[in-house]
Write a protein that binds this ligand. Structure first.
Ligand code: ADP
Ligand code: MG
Length: 628
């Protein structure tokens, strides 16, 4: 073979990192490299099939679409060959030498940071594509010839370290031939029986014939075209594993078929793991569009809305023309019909699960709640179908259990016009919020929103079955007072209120006597229907110049501390102690809400108050004798 004009290239640094991890990884399941190679061959065959079907100029147009696997024991190579699209020089550099998708780069970052055990998990869960072959290979040669007419063939070579070479070569047929020169300790992959087992395990759904040493391997017919009655649970699970290149079973699946008004078959899955949950990349859409078993679009953006990108599977419709262009998929009436139908069924499936299989639904919620919430904001048409799927914590279920809007509204008294909610970082703090004292006394249920997205969701929902949402802190809910305060006290109280107003100045919107507190001395509430503090904190995170809205400080006339302050104000309105208490009263609330901006005065002030307390407890002049 001629080796003239061999050019050397360096792998992109991310690829180098990845290769380094793979070569030294503790990942035991090395056999998955074969699955990755077969899956790439399938992709390449799908692509060329599409090109042929749409009548483009294709090299070797009549070549059989197939995958050939063979071994060469003399030089310890395992060879995987396909008659797919092949690659030209640029494609080799683009596809094999670099990590193109930003997602893969994110994944890699996680992989680099992960500890050994987590690394192994990540490799197993998400697969690492072509590069995984370097777990077993000393070196790899790729012979490839593009389907474009007149394109020369290339030979790519690498030992999986820093660089690779590409040279023009001679290859008669279109497609890609990958030679894996196995490491000494990986010779088991030369054994036909082992290879057969691996193929049976991972690759039995391959939609093209696979030959092992020229012997055809048994394959399974495209499962989505088979009648439901002939399929078992295991078939669906196995297909998912094949389809997703994973060892993990799906959480649930849905097989849909229709003959009219449009013909289609679909198998859809919800996985057990969320890539986004892992803090990894936003996944590409996961549903492939076929027409009579020919792949039209991998990861179709137009058939399932983006917020359901975690749904995986296939949709096959003979009503979709093969030569449909990507642009017209969006506007194709039949595809729109299928899309609508499938979405309806999917949301209904989730609802059924929520009602019939709570445990499963809770796992799905744990993984994909953010997607559903995104749906509320982005899918106006289906808002009403998604909202019953939302789960919330609530004052009725303190033990981290969930309720939903439907159940909440069933529990509402007739007279209750609003759905109350409060937001915060965790349930414990929300439960202790003094704003809820009146709600507790009146046994009114309050939803606890502990996900920062929840408030956006509520804003988009606006109402549920005619009931609007109301932030508990702004709601007009009063406690029932047991007895009236006497006149003198009320006068003193009014005096304290105006004293506090003066003392706080610009720091608050107002000071008022509260009728919503039972135990706590005071509470900060919204002057009007503003965003919750939780929301304000998000604003602040995105804009450091954001100024927290001024709040109203409400004081509780039945609280002993407030009563004491009323007395002190009546007797010594100019006392330094009174000022200290007043300032600290407000700062305590700001601290509790985590929105304090001037922190410097607080510690000296608290120390001053402590000093007063200690002086009162043990007057310095005559130290107390030990008693008893
Ligand atoms: P992925 O399959 O997820 O894209 P891989 O690492 O498995 O990632 O493959 C990288 C890319 O290399 C593929 O997207 C494809 O463009 C190209 N490639 C790999 N194997 C083949 C093949 N047999 N024929 C044509 N292109 C291939
Ligand atoms: Mg791949």
């Amino acid at each position: 073979m001629t080796q003239q004009k061999t050019k050397k290239y360096e792998f992109q640094s991310e690829v180098k990192q990845l290769l380094n991890i793979l070569v030294y990884s503790l990942y035991k399941n090395k056999e998955v490299f074969l699955r990755e190679l077969v899956s790439n061959a399938v992709d390449a065959l799908n692509k060329v099939q599409f090109e042929i079907m749409t009548n483009k100029e294709v090299e070797d147009k009549d070549a059989e679409l197939r995958i050939d696997i063979s071994v060469n024991k003399t030089n310890s190579t395992l060879i995987i060959e396909d008659s797919g699209v092949g690659m030209d020089r640029e494609e080799l550099i683009e596809n094999i030498g670099t990590i193109a998708h930003s997602g893969t780069a994110d994944f890699l970052k996680k992989l680099v940071e992960a500890k050994d055990k987590e690394q192994v998990d990540l490799i197993g869960k998400f697969g690492v594509g072509f590069y995984s072959s370097f777990m077993v290979a000393e070196k790899i040669h790729i012979h490839t010839k593009s389907f474009h007419k007149e394109s020369p063939a290339y030979l790519w070579k690498s030992r999986g370290d820093a660089d690779y070479t590409i040279a023009e070569t001679v290859k008669k047929k279109r497609g890609t031939r990958i030679e894996i020169f196995l490491k000494k300790e990986e010779k088991e992959f030369l054994d036909k029986f082992s290879i057969k087992n691996i193929l049976a395990k991972y690759s039995k759904f391959v939609p093209f014939p696979v030959y092992l040493e020229n012997e055809k391997i048994e394959a399974v017919e495209a499962i989505w075209t088979q009648p439901k009655s002939s399929l078992k649970k295991k078939d669906y699970i196995d297909f998912f594993k094949f389809f997703e290149n994973t060892q993990e079973e799906p959480e649930t699946y849905l097989h849909l078929s229709s003959d009219a008004p449009v013909q289609f078959n679909a198998i859809l899955y919800i996985p057990k793991t969320s890539i986004e949950q892992y803090g990894l990349f936003k996944p590409e859409p996961g549903v492939d569009l076929f027409s009579r078993k020919v792949l039209i679009q991998k990861g179709s953006k137009d058939i399932i809305p983006d917020y359901l990108r975690f749904v995986k599977g296939v949709i096959d419709s003979e009503d979709i023309p093969l030569n449909i262009s990507r642009e017209t998929i969006q506007n194709n009436i039949k595809i729109n019909k299928i899309s609508k139908y499938i979405l309806k069924k999917l949301l209904a499936h989730l609802k059924t699960m929520k009602e019939k299989d709570r445990e499963k639904y809770l796992r799905i919620w744990g993984n994909f709640q953010r997607n559903l919430k995104e749906g509320i904001a982005s899918d106006f048409e289906n808002k009403e179908k998604i909202s019953p799927l939302l789960l919330f914590h609530s004052s009725k279920y303190p033990k981290k259990e969930y309720t939903d809007l439907n159940d909440y509204s069933k529990r509402m008294e007739k007279s209750q016009k609003e759905i109350f909610y409060i937001s915060g970082l965790d349930l414990e703090t929300m439960e202790k919020n003094p704003a809820l004292e009146a709600f507790k006394q009146k046994d009114l249920e309050v939803l606890y929103l502990d996900d920062p997205l929840d408030e956006f969701v509520i804003e988009h929902l606006r109402e549920y079955k005619g009931k609007s949402f109301k932030l508990a802190e702004s709601a007009d809910i009063k406690v029932d007072k047991k007895k009236e305060q006497d006149k003198d006290y009320l006068k003193g109280l009014a005096g304290l209120v105006s004293y506090l107003k003066n003392t706080y100045g610009e720091k608050v919107a107002d000071v008022k006597v509260s009728n919503r507190l039972v135990d706590s001395p005071c509470l900060l509430v919204h002057a009007a229907d503003g965003p919750s503090v939780q929301m304000e904190k998000i604003f602040k995170m995105t804009n450091k110049d954001y100024k927290f809205a001024k709040k109203v400080l409400e004081i509780n006339p039945d609280n002993a501390l407030i009563q004491g302050m009323v007395r002190l104000h009546g007797q010594k309105p100019l006392a330094k102690d009174l000022k200290l208490l007043a300032l600290q009263l407000l700062d305590n609330m700001l601290l509790r809400e985590g929105v304090i901006e001037e922190i410097d005065d607080i510690v000296p002030r608290i120390q001053e108050i402590m000093l007063q307390a200690v002086k009162k407890a043990t007057p310095a002049a005559k130290p107390k004798k030990k008693s008893g």
